[in-house]
Ligand binder design. Structure first.
Ligand SMILES: Cc1cc2nc3c(=O)[nH]c(=O)nc-3n(C[C@H](O)[C@H](O)[C@H](O)COP(=O)(O)O)c2cc1C
Length: 156
C-alpha cells in the first residue's frame, strides 16, 4: 500500500510526528502550507487570527506531489484555539476530491485532553468517514514514541 504523510507545521512538532510515522511505515512525506510565515510572536498572533476568520485560507502542497499515486493519505495538523487548525481544515476541503479512499487525521496539541471529537468532526469536511484518527500531545509526552505506536496500527 502506497502511503503519503502530509503535514502543516508552525514549530515542527507535527512535522516530527509525521516524519516518525512515515519512517516507520515507509511512506512518502510532504508539507502543505498557506504560504504565510507564522514564526515568532507575530506568527502566533497570525495563527490566532486565522483561527477565528470565517474564510478558510488558500493552501497548497509543497513540491510536485501526485495525490492520485497513493492508496492512503495521512493528514497532519496542529490544534489552534481548541480545534484542528484552519490550514488543515482548508486542506481537507480543497483536496478532498483528489484524496484516496483511505484518509487518516493526525492532530497534535499541547493540552492534556484529546481532541478526538473535533478530529472526527472533520469527516464533515472530507464528506466521507475518515479511515482513522489520532490525537497526539506534543508537550510533556514522548510524542515520537506515541507516533511510532500509532504507525504500528497502520501496518498490514
Ligand atoms: C495559535 C495557537 C493556538 C493553539 N491552541 C491550542 C489549543 O487550544 N489547545 C492545545 O492543546 N494546543 C494549542 N496550541 C498548541 C499546538 O497545537 C501544539 O503545540 C502543536 O503540537 C504545535 O504543532 P506544530 O509545531 O507542528 O505547529 C496552539 C498553538 C498555536 C500556535
Amino acid at each position: 500500500m502506497k502511503t503519503l504523510c502530509l503535514y502543516y507545521t508552525r514549530t515542527n512538532k507535527t512535522k516530527e510526528v509525521m516524519e516518525t510515522i512515515a519512517g516507520a511505515i515507509g511512506a512518502d512525506l510532504a508539507a502543505y502550507t498557506d504560504g504565510k510565515d507564522r514564526s515568532g510572536v507575530l506568527g502566533y498572533v497570525g495563527a490566532c487570527f486565522a483561527s477565528v476568520k470565517r474564510v478558510l485560507p488558500n493552501v497548497a502542497i509543497k513540491g510536485n506531489v501526485d495525490l492520485t499515486a497513493y492508496d492512503r493519505v495521512l493528514i497532519g495538523m496542529p490544534v489552534w484555539a481548541e480545534a484542528p487548525c484552519a490550514i488543515g481544515r482548508a486542506f481537507i476541503q480543497k483536496y478532498r476530491d483528489r484524496l484516496p479512499a483511505d484518509v487518516y487525521f493526525v492532530v497534535t496539541h499541547m493540552g492534556a485532553h484529546d481532541y478526538m471529537a473535533k478530529i472526527k468532526a472533520m469527516d464533515h469536511l472530507l464528506e466521507k468517514p475518515s479511515a482513522g484518527q489520532v490525537s497526539i500531545r506534543t508537550k510533556e509526552n514522548d510524542y515520537r514514541k506515541e507516533s511510532a505506536a500509532f504507525a504500528q496500527t497502520l501496518k498490514p
